[in-house]
Design a protein around this ligand. Structure first.
Ligand code: FES
Length: 109
């Protein structure tokens, strides 16, 4: 179920402390799945579904800003969604999360 703040129309994803560098989080809202990551310089959100196939990026291995898909080991930059290693050639969508009172929000369409 989505929870939106009325002033900014932001959608709550999760508590910030539910995500650590070693444990990305998959969040599903209104049939859309998001992968939430923590890197050294903050939080990042991508579509959870790999652009190459059925891999869940939240179940992948994060190194720096690069997430490795657990399915065929393709990689993406979590800042831009750009593919950084084959077999991934199509980007995944990204959102810029905001942290408000220890909770993460994104602006959805
Ligand atoms: S499903 Fe992600 S690399 Fe193939």
């Amino acid at each position: 179920m989505s929870q939106e703040t009325s002033a900014k129309m932001m959608t709550r994803l999760c508590r910030a402390d539910e995500v650590t560098p070693d444990t990305p989080l998959r969040v599903e809202i209104d049939d859309e799945a998001y992968a939430v990551f923590q890197a050294d310089d903050g939080y990042f959100v991508t579509a959870d579904l790999c652009s190459h196939g059925p891999g869940s990026l939240a179940e992948g291995f994060l190194e720096g800003h690069e997430i490795e898909c657990p399915f065929h080991q393709g990689k993406f930059d979590i800042r831009s969604g750009a593919p950084t290693a084959p077999p991934c050639f199509e980007p995944v969508r990204v959102w810029q999360p905001e942290v408000v009172n220890g909770e993460l929000f994104i602006a959805r369409d």
